[in-house]
Design a protein around this ligand. Sequence first.
Ligand code: GDP
Length: 366
Amino acid sequence: MEKMICQGCGAEIQTEDQSAPGYAPASALQRTEIICKRCFRLKHYNEVQDVDLTNDDFLEMLNQIGEANGIIVKIIDIFDFNGSFIQGLPRFTGNKPILLVGNKVDLLPKSVNPNKVKQWMRKSAKDQGLKVTDVHLVSAKSGEGMQDTANAMDQLRKGQDVYVVGCTNVGKSTFINHLIHSSTGEKEAITTSYFPGTTLGFIDIPLDDSSSLFDTPGIINHHQMAHYVSRNDLKQITPNKEVKPKTYQLNENQTLYIGGLARLDFEKGERHSFVCYFSNDLLIHRTKLENADELYEKQVGDMLSPPDEETRSQLPPLKAQSFYVEDGKTDIVFSGLGWITVPEGGVSITAHTPEGVRVSLRSSLI
Ligand code: GDP
């Protein structure tokens, strides 16, 4: 095939990989002006879409943002803070104001205190080297919190540009599409800006005569649980409505399996109720610690599912990490899955997750 370039973003046109830059269906190659599917959606539907990015493109993109003037809006998925955090970002942000937006707030049980979520987001960002100016919670899907966030963005930017960054799957496209459709601005004016050196353009959404909001390509974090599981399993582990807490009374030396994707051993402490916050479709199974390994060997993929067969062929083995919960109500967070609340301290636990998927502790959100 002769080399063709997308007239919108400058990516080389290809017809093989739908999620890679420059994808266009074969039928589109007949047209005189060839644009990729991403630019087509943008031009005709004012919709932004995500594509995969190589590491070089990613670094180049951060460089471009680092050199530009403006503010950064960083979107994370509150069910997957660690998995959806862009590791390299703090090195490039300089003194730019950063608005941290936690998306998918509609999934949190109503009993969760939003201020505690924001405090935890701010602290987790700081622990990873990112000092944020402001923190907001939204549901890009339902629109909750979107107007407040748009107002905060406007105040903070003081007439400058806005760069929206985020990993794939955090809801960045949904967030931006919501902003586009709720603004009364001239929709036709949305274009892609081709930044030299990158395969991909930033999508340029004018905010006023002299400034724009830029949608940057979504970044893939390879240690995200989402990348290890099949499409079917991803559907099962991703909550799609408000999470219903499930409570288990545990004595020491008992284990909880979260499907067959993660496990929590309660090794030492008084009898306690452990409260689980995961997708309502994800089955939890209690067993004795001494039987836990054998159960996994026999039942993974059956009673302990997901993982399905496809996931099992690519999932790294479970790796154990031990913690001592000193005091206070504490959440044990399984990145990309959910969390388990331990009601008080004096508890020794071991968490098992596929190697690379992070487990962390935080002061309880409830
Ligand atoms: P992107 O890869 O960051 O652009 O993410 P998308 O906008 O494509 O969204 C990823 C997935 O998250 C989709 O299945 C969306 O429907 C879902 N999603 C996005 N925003 C929300 C939200 O506020 N709440 C919930 N429950 N799901 C959301």
